[in-house]
Design a protein around this ligand. Sequence first.
Ligand code: IMP
Ligand code: MG
Length: 188
Amino acid sequence: MRFNYFYLMEEVTYQGLTFEPYIRREEIAKQVYRLAQEIKRDYANEKPLFLCVLNGAFIFAADLFRACNLQDAEITFIRFKSYQGMESTGTVKEIMGLTEDITGRNVLIVEDIIDSGVTAAQLRKELAKHNPKSVKMVSLLFKPEALTVGSGPEYVGFEIPSKFILGYGLDLDGLARNLPDIYVLKEK
Ligand code: IMP
Ligand code: MG
């Protein structure tokens, strides 16, 4: 039997809250690979611009961008903030704007998670003003029951219930982004 103590997933605690293992790194890797195959097929003859939404999506974007292995793909970054603690504030603040000219480009927004959909909707509206050729979105995680605006991402890794999760880029007030697996808030 292969034994690696990093794979003994245990509960973790942040700010006095307990989180339990939810999605293992192998499952994440499998979905990243599957999404990469779909994206690679759909953008085979294009020059897509991956647009990573910071901070949460940075780890997923790095893995997905490499897995797609598209010769002419480029990546850039934008930064939004809507969450405070475990709640969406309902308002989205743009902290770092777009630096690239996206006119006529095929833009693929890369998100960690779509919750209320407010961030995604605002971003799509913003991008549309610059006349891109196309805008699609890939999100590692999607909480369909929490969606209040828009129709969700074109590519989804995992559909999950409306529970607070962290790890693999997702945080609780800046913490836990470095966990290689995803954890969910433990119910009392
Ligand atoms: P939305 O605008 O409500 O869709 O929220 C999107 C953003 O909120 C995501 O990009 C995340 O940064 C954050 N978020 C939503 N749900 C969670 C969660 O369960 N854990 C950590 N961050 C989350
Ligand atoms: Mg985010």
